[in-house]
Design a protein around this ligand. Structure first.
Ligand code: SF4
Ligand code: SF4
Length: 450
């Protein structure tokens, strides 16, 4: 296998300098994630959320760069096995990867079209048969998973090109559904306007995918929010859409429904992707505790094992109840109260024998959540948009907000580091995404283009 000759330190410091973060998830700083020793590196190209095409565009356009970065990460981590996981339906991308990996020893795995194939732990199970223990990390099984977008950014980092751009899918109720590349800090509304604007009178916007994305339903937020390093999609829906209603349930309503309508049928547990890779996690028990049944309080702590994929809420539950939202609510409460999970972290391998029969096919999921009419839109790439102004948040990754090293009035060039990792903290560098003048520094750095 041909490998990059860069040392571990060289790759890690270049990735750190370039401000690369995990683009498929919450934005964990990549220089920390890759600074490890593992047996296997998996590239995650499964883009499992319906309606998103950003990763598909990146894989279709930059397969050699992704493979090159993967080789570098493998060398750095001492990994002997590398696997690129894509969906089998990406036939053209599969052929491009086959050509790009020829002679490298890297494998290509083609997965079925189910949700959530791109969840790190599900992908690991599909490809290696291993189960990451509940609340554990892939490296506990000797594995690192890297999103294909992050790997493209790693390849740029190896060439000292920092992360300043983002490929975003804009779809749903817009006039020209598209994939667009924009500088970080570009307004979300501007991205939508570039795609023909809204085509419903009272829209809401999902930032991310329809299953796990974050809803913006206040028009002021839609005007104000910007594209960050982890924003791969903007999905416009009419206000009151089924997903919007589910996302805005109040905790009191959730509790009443849990107490009055939950029939303890176990379907939420039996269909849960984490249960199906063997986690001893039964979310119907959390519901029983949340509903106020005495004697089951201990079960509430299991909520911490939930990855918030939404299968229980949006696909499994026959009563329209929301175990996912209950788990998210409890996780947040435990975090605030600094409660750690102290229960068992057992794996029951036998549970995974049902996986094959309980996978959620993406088209059926789309039908169930009321987005199947958008499945045929197939947004095309429309190029790069240059806004007149960007507002780049200092916190768009896991860890401490970046510390600005510019002040209003400074002139900056594109790619210049404008905020650094605070000393001793977990974080990521931030760079100017356009050339211009810094006009404000608060929780974001605003740059007016010149
Ligand atoms: S699927 Fe719904 S009704 Fe059944 S146990 Fe879970 S929350 Fe209760
Ligand atoms: S959201 Fe529901 S299905 Fe998904 S991990 Fe949590 S409990 Fe399981």
């Amino acid at each position: 296998m041909s490998r990059q000759t860069k040392t571990n330190h060289d790759l890690i410091s270049r990735v750190r300098d370039a401000g690369v973060v995990g683009e498929g998830g919450a934005g964990f700083p990549a220089h920390v994630k890759y600074d490890t020793r593992v047996d296997t590196v998996i590239a995650n190209g499964c883009e499992c959320e319906p309606l998103l095409y950003s990763d598909q565009y990146i894989m279709d356009t930059f397969p050699e760069q992704i493979v090159r970065a993967m080789e570098a990460v493998m060398t750095s981590a001492g990994a002997s096995r590398g696997v690129i996981g894509i969906k089998g339906k990406y036939t053209g991308i599969g052929l491009k990867f086959e050509a790009a990996i020829a002679g490298t020893g890297i494998e290509l795995a083609r997965l079925d079209n189910f949700y959530p194939a791109g969840d790190e732990q599900i992908l690991i199970h599909e490809i290696t048969g291993k189960t990451v223990p509940p609340l554990g990390l892939p490296k506990d099984q000797g594995i690192v998973v890297a999103n294909v977008g992050s790997l493209y950014s790693v390849d740029n980092a190896m060439n000292q090109i920092p992360m300043t751009r983002k490929v975003v899918t804009v779809t749903g109720e817009v006039n020209r559904p598209s994939v667009i590349q924009v500088p970080l800090g570009t307004g979300i509304k501007e991205c939508i306007d570039q795609c023909g604007g809204f085509c419903v009178p009272d829209p809401v916007v999902v930032v991310g995918g329809p299953m796990m994305g974050r809803f913006l339903d206040d028009p002021a937020d839609i005007e104000k929010e910007v594209v960050t390093k982890t924003c791969g999609g903007l999905i416009v829906l009419p206000r009151g859409h089924y997903l919007h209603q589910a996302a805005t349930l109040l905790p009191e309503v959730m509790q009443k429904r849990a107490a009055t309508a939950c029939i303890q049928c176990r379907l939420c547990s039996e269909m849960c992707p984490r249960f199906l890779v063997g986690h001893v996690f039964e979310t119907h028990r959390v519901m029983r505790a949340f509903a106020g049944n005495t004697g089951f309080e201990i079960d509430a702590a299991q909520a911490m094992m939930c990855c918030e994929c939404g299968v229980c809420e949006l696909f499994a539950c026959p009563m329209g109840i929301s175990p996912r939202r209950v788990n998210a609510f409890l996780k947040n409460k435990f975090r605030q109260e600094k409660v750690e999970y102290e229960g068992p972290r057992k794996v029951a391998p036998g549970q995974s024998r049902f996986r094959e029969f309980r996978r959620v096919p993406t088209p059926r999921l789309a039908e169930k959540i009321g987005i199947s009419k958008y499945l045929d839109l197939h947004p095309e790439f429309i190029g790069e948009y240059q806004p007149a102004k960007v507002s780049i948040p200092l916190s768009q990754h896991i860890g401490a907000p970046s510390a600005p090293n510019v002040i209003p009035g400074d002139r900056v060039s594109r790619g210049q580091c404008i905020a650094d990792i605070p000393k001793g903290a977990l974080g990521a560098r931030i760079h100017a995404s356009i050339a211009g003048e810094v006009i404000a520094v608060d929780r974001s750095i605003t740059i007016k283009g010149i």
